[in-house]
Design a protein around this ligand. Structure first.
Ligand SMILES: Nc1ncnc2c1ncn2[C@@H]1O[C@H](COP(=O)(O)OP(=O)(O)OP(=O)(O)O)[C@@H](O)[C@H]1O
Ligand SMILES: [Mg+2]
Length: 586
């Protein structure tokens, strides 16, 4: 049985779940088990009393005996009812605790996953796993499994009693078992297959909703409402197909059980009747009725159990998918024994580095650069030349495949990522705003900052007026109630608020008007003192005072120098600079 129902992976996963989330609850699980066993014996006792009662009736016995028997039956079922209340309450609370622990682990797992994971998995896939799949698993682990255990024990105890009553009759009834077994096996395999595609289907549906909602402005302005409707509709009809397939596979089981039980009843009534009529067997009418009643009692649990085994296949796939997430390589487990990097000022060196994004062609192949403390270093170059990628590699969002990046001569890979990143203050190219007040959005970069420090940072970033105007008002999902320049100024305020020796500005002022940009740049000039500043920009006005400028072309360093040096010679820099000046003049 076990071999047909569980693959090797399933066994590993179940063991993992048991050891991590349920084992510690063994005392309570034992209590549940004992209660369930008592419940099973209630049925067995019921059969005994019924048989006695029938005999009293058939053999014109004492009326008081009959009343006594009725009293016992009521008492037994009262006990069963009490247990029926206690067991679900207990088991659901145990399962919920176990699942809370799992969810907690998933939460801390997810925030430590590598950037690469988020490049390749949509947020809706994560939501699917962390919300609905965990939910499905929780239901399964709790009530469903406890019911199955209860059903199995009822079947075991009642069967035991039936065997004791008449082994021949019981064995005859088992004739149908192999049929049911093979049916369950083939259905299980089917259901596993279907459930595996469920993740894709639901993922596609959720992604289509997510992309529609976040991109609604583009949808409307490109008149693509119909495209979005059909995309979401297609995805949801995928769900319908899946449900139908699942139902078809599952629906085979119950009719098969019903049919075979009819067969069993015929056997028991016919065979049992024959045994009562013949003198060879010590079986009377009362015992045969009790026997049939016993079969009826087993019937419902057996039905439920067969359904449990088919449903379980789907849950095993959920478990597999959740376990896969838990096992995904993340930054935290990688950093666990690494020392913390600590320095007041930082010299950064890129030594002959090579890098390619997962599945992409190489962005760099032997690139070297240096960013000195107390200096402003600029990287200019055409779009897609790899400027932002350099910044991502310095902050170890990705790892170089060859060469090394050093801080003060020490390989950054020898330190924990968190400690390296605490040395950065960044204005990124794509600004991320949370649905909080502007003040809280700024505070995000340095939660321990005082109110005065936030005021000061907001003032330097020229966002103070708006911050006061809006007060505690949230700025909408992803800052949708703000203008592009306002969002960028919040990001700039964050950089001012975070005291760190390395300042990174990736197109930090691209959305600002010339006047605001000038004021913000003056404030930056003040902030940059003593720091290692890296500026990435398409605007040459921001690099005139740089101590060093790198010109990047398709991942290759083509020129390095200062503005004055470049302007003396005929350089690529000079031609790009001249082009921009001409454009502004015209
Ligand atoms: N997460 C990613 N996964 C795969 N490829 C990427 C990823 N991010 C960037 N790329 C690719 O890497 C190359 C360098 O991109 P990068 O963002 O570093 O350019 P950039 O110089 O910052 O350009 P821009 O001036 O437009 O910001 C591009 O060809 C880009 O398509
Ligand atoms: Mg960029």
């Amino acid at each position: 049985m076990a071999k047909a129902m569980f693959s090797e992976t399933d066994k590993v996963n179940i063991r993992w779940f048991w050891n991590n989330y349920l084992k510690e609850k063994t005392p309570w699980l034992s209590v549940i088990m004992v209660l369930i066993i008592i419940q099973g014996f209630v049925y067995q006792q019921f059969l005994v009393y019924t048989e006695d009662g029938l005999r009293v009736i058939f053999e014109n016995g004492d009326f008081w005996d009959l009343l006594k028997i009725c009293g016992f039956v009521i008492g037994a079922f009262g006990l069963r009812a009490l247990i029926s209340y206690v067991v679900p309450v207990l088991s659901v609370s145990l399962a919920s605790e176990a699942v809370l622990k799992l969810r907690g682990q998933l939460i801390s797992k997810v925030v430590h996953l590598n950037q690469d994971y988020f490049d390749h998995n949509s947020s809706s896939e994560l939501i699917l796993r962390m919300a609905s799949q965990v939910d499905g698993l929780s239901q399964f682990v709790g009530q469903t499994t406890v019911n199955a255990v209860k059903d199995s024990i009822t079947i075991l105890i009642v069967s035991g009693y039936l065997i004791y009553k008449s082994a021949i009759l019981f064995v005859a009834a088992l004739i149908v078992l192999p049929v049911i077994f093979f049916l369950l096996k083939s259905v299980s395999e089917n259901i596993k297959k279907i459930q595996r595609s469920a993740e894709n289907v639901f993922g596609a549906y959720m992604t289509s909703i997510d992309e529609m909602a976040t991109g609604i402005r583009t949808v409307k302005m490109s008149n693509q409402e119909d495209t979005e409707i059909s995309r979401m509709y297609d995805a949801s009809s995928g769900i319908k197909d899946l449900m139908v397939r699942l139902q078809k596979a599952e629906a085979l089981v119950l009719p098969a059980i019903d049919l075979s039980s009819a067969f069993v009843f015929v056997l028991v009534i016919g065979g049992g009747g024959y045994m009562v009529l013949s003198d060879k067997y010590a079986l009377d009418g009362a015992s045969i009725i009790a026997f049939i009643l016993g079969m009826v009692i087993i019937f419902d649990p057996a039905r439920a159990l067969s359904q449990f085994f088919t449903r379980m296949q789907a849950s095993l796939i959920l478990l597999e998918s959740i376990k896969a997430l838990v096992d995904t390589q993340d930054e935290k487990s990688d950093d666990i024994d690494k020392p913390k990097f600590q320095a007041e000022t930082v010299d950064i060196d890129l030594n002959n580095i090579s890098f390619a994004y997962t599945g992409g062609s190489p962005v760099f192949d032997g690139l070297s650069m240096a960013f000195k403390r107390g200096q402003k270093t600029a990287i200019v170059g055409s779009t897609g030349s790899g400027k932002t990628t350099i910044l991502s590699l310095i902050s170890r969002l990705y790892e170089v495949t060859e060469g090394s990046i050093t801080f003060n001569g020490q390989d950054t890979r020898d330190f924990s990522r968190g400690s390296l990143r605490s040395h950065f203050s960044v204005v990124a190219q794509d600004v991320v705003i949370f649905n909080n007040s502007i003040r809280d959005n700024i505070r995000y970069a340095n939660p321990s900052a005082s109110e005065e420090e936030i005021e000061e940072a907001a003032k330097l970033a020229r966002i103070d007026t708006l911050m006061h105007e809006r007060g505690d008002l949230p700025v909408g999902p992803k800052g949708s109630q703000l203008s592009g320049g306002q969002k960028q100024r919040i990001a700039i305020a964050r950089a001012f608020l975070r005291p760190a020796p390395i300042l990174i500005l990736d197109e930090a002022t691209s959305a600002l008007d010339a006047l605001t940009e000038k004021k913000v740049n003056d404030a930056f000039a003040e902030l940059q003192k003593g720091k290692t500043t890296i500026v990435v920009t398409h605007k040459f006005s921001s690099v005139l005072d740089a101590d060093k400028i790198y010109v990047l072309e398709s991942g290759k360093l083509v020129e390095e120098g200062t503005h004055q040096e470049f302007m003396k010679n005929s350089s690529l820099y000079k031609s790009m600079f001249d082009a921009q000046m001409n454009e502004q003049a015209s």
